[in-house]
Write a protein that binds this ligand. Sequence first.
Ligand code: SF4
Length: 226
Amino acid sequence: MTQEELASETPARRKRRAARVVKLLAKTYPDAECALHHDNAFQLLVATILSAQCTDQRVNMVTPALFDRYPNPDDLASAQPAELEKLIQSCGFFRSKAKNLLGMASGLVEHHAGEVPQSLEALVQLPGVGRKTANVVLGTAFDLTTGVVVDTHVGRISRRLGFTTSKNAEIIERELMALLPKKEWILFSHRMIWHGRGPCQARKPRCLECPLLKLCPRVDLPPLSP
Ligand code: SF4
């Protein structure tokens, strides 16, 4: 698809193109799932808070010892900040993340009987939890579709595909929610994240080996060399 074709694309045509992208991603990444290791909703919430500005691999290296030391919200809520900071230090921004983890765990204990709430409104009241984290937890741990998870990969690929021009995660999420069938929201995000770690990397995307090439206007990328 060319950028000229994108410029004249009607909303109905864009929806049809998005549906084809969804199908191809599903075919390409049939096993895509959340890359953060976890056994329950609490662990996923902790891991997702830690994953801000940090790779999932790094988080997965840190969480086994962390979950061992603080297996539930009660234990985490009464953690010593210095000990918690030491355990999560390699994830970056460890002081603010430790503060958020303590506040989040206290919030679960005080307001939700030590359970992770199953609503977006309640989750985003917890320290360190924004829409993205809430969508990850609700979609992955509870199979509740409340939105589209927009991380750096989803944002970048959506712009290249011409599905959005925005760099604001909430605006991108709204546009993707309007474009995609609700039942696809959760897996679409996981698959886009896998695609972003695969051919559609931030630097030097490998468009010639990308299954979406025919459907992609490659916005803001240089022409392909023959
Ligand atoms: S790798 Fe290239 S063709 Fe594939 S989605 Fe990314 S920009 Fe489009």
